[in-house]
Design a protein around this ligand. Structure first.
Ligand SMILES: [Zn+2]
Length: 422
């Protein structure tokens, strides 16, 4: 028997229905119900001044399980996700070993019950071992219940292999999620190729390393009709290619991370390896174009690319340290502070980039606050002022440059299937 709740006096924001009003929301048996349906046993939560939104989805999370649980695991990652405002995460398959078969997919899913506190969707590799050589058995994956394919961490470098994968994905009606990086241009770069990399004497990655694959895969999308989603866009040129493709009506979408929205390559000088990520942080012009594309809807999703690494791994030199930072518990406060309160985006639009936008990428039923819907909800306090404290994070790893950032706007918690995780 589920607990019943009345979320009283909240600002209810449902981008799908263009709904934005003060009201009560009733929860019973894991679903949103009409207020009259509640019994006297319902717990009444006073949420005046708070925002209730459809549950957020992060399209880009590294759970590090199996194989790298010294960095993160299903328990710590999903607790971090819930604390960060997410009720669903899409897990990347670049684990050790890579999740590239129906058996590995089933084995992963068997780890979730009793450990994951929110919904985890596991994506599966496009090519065996993510080596870019042999396409996985996409028909068998579809039959096993797989909903998303990606080689994240890289992408097939051979266009012939990518084309074959996209044709098969299209025939199974599965989207391909794409880490756009031409390794012949990016290796051995550890940061953006520009003035700062020259100053620091570090090998750089040009924008072209990303843009060439964005251009290639939009072309393949046009030819095959396969839906593609471009991950963690970093370059202004990629944004222009995405905008053009969407104008043309191609089934292409894109995401942006908080670090590419709020940092440039200058952050390397201050934060060192905690600003080393793939793709790299670029320049102010790129950052402005990413913000513009997010706000006008060209980019439909904010995704964290939550990439935990142990302290000794990130303590290595810029050349040696692994790429990536964590983001699950920082992204919503950062976006409320630096986008919403800066007047760059409205609250309903920002919420859409965390809910309806990413759900559409995966072809999931839209999240809504309508009676009958599953009670997956994100609760925000949009005016809460504080300093972000990574010591309070639930993640097993703390690699990020966000410690002590002044924030306005916090996550109060989530409801997952009607259960309160505040
Ligand atoms: Zn990636």
């Amino acid at each position: 028997m589920h607990q019943e709740y009345c979320l009283a006096g909240a600002r209810l924001v449902d981008p799908l229905l263009s709904r934005d009003e003060i009201g009560d929301l009733a929860i019973r048996d894991g679903k949103i119900v009409a207020a009259e349906a509640l019994s006297d046993a319902a717990i009444r939560l006073d949420l005046r001044g708070k925002v209730v939104a459809p549950g957020f989805l992060d399209l880009h999370v590294h759970l590090r399980e199996p194989g790298q649980t010294h960095k993160e695991d299903i328990v710590t990652a999903t607790r971090a996700a819930a604390a960060g405002g997410f009720t669903t995460v899409l897990a990347m398959p670049n684990t050790a070993p890579a999740i590239d078969s129906p058996e590995a997919f089933r084995e992963f899913n068997s780890r979730l019950p009793g450990r994951a506190v929110i919904e985890v969707l596991q994506s599966v590799a496009l090519t065996l071992g993510r080596k870019g050589e042999q396409v996985t058995d996409i028909k068998a994956l579809k039959a096993a219940g797989v909903t998303t394919l990606t080689d994240d961490g890289s992408t097939p470098q051979d266009e012939k292999i990518m084309r074959k994968a996209m044709l098969l994905a299209k025939s199974c009606n599965l989207p391909v999620i794409d880490h756009c990086e031409d390794l012949s241009l990016s290796k051995p770069g550890v940061m953006h190729a520009g003035k700062i990399s020259q100053k620091l004497g570090l090998p750089g990655q040009p924008r072209l390393a990303e843009e060439r694959i964005v251009e290639r895969d939009i072309r393949l999308c046009r030819e095959t009709g396969c839906r593609i989603h471009l991950q963690h866009l970093s370059s202004g040129g990629s944004v222009q290619l995405l905008r053009q493709a969407r104008k043309e009506g191609l089934p292409v979408s894109g995401e942006v991370t908080p670090h590419h929205l709020f940092l440039t390559d200058q952050a390397i000088e201050k934060f060192g390896t905690n600003a080393k990520m793939a793709p790299p942080l670029r320049e102010e012009t790129d950052r402005q174009m990413l913000i513009e594309a997010l706000c006008d809807g060209t980019i439909c999703a904010i995704a964290t690319d939550h990439a935990p690494h142990a302290p000794d791994e990130k303590a290595q030199s810029m050349l040696q340290a692994p790429f990536g930072i964590i983001g699950l518990e920082a992204v919503v406060p950062l976006c409320l502070t630096l986008l919403y309160h800066q007047g760059l985006i409205s609250l309903p639009e920002l919420i859409a980039r965390f809910s309806s936008g990413p759900r559409a990428v995966l072809g999931l039923p839209p999240a809504t606050l309508t009676p009958g819907a599953t009670a997956n909800l994100t609760i925000l306090d949009p005016d809460h002022e504080y300093l972000l404290d990574t010591a309070k994070f639930h993640s097993k790893s703390l690699n990020c440059p966000w410690q002590g950032i002044p924030c306005k706007g916090s996550v109060q918690g989530v409801f997952y299937q009607g259960q309160c995780l505040l």
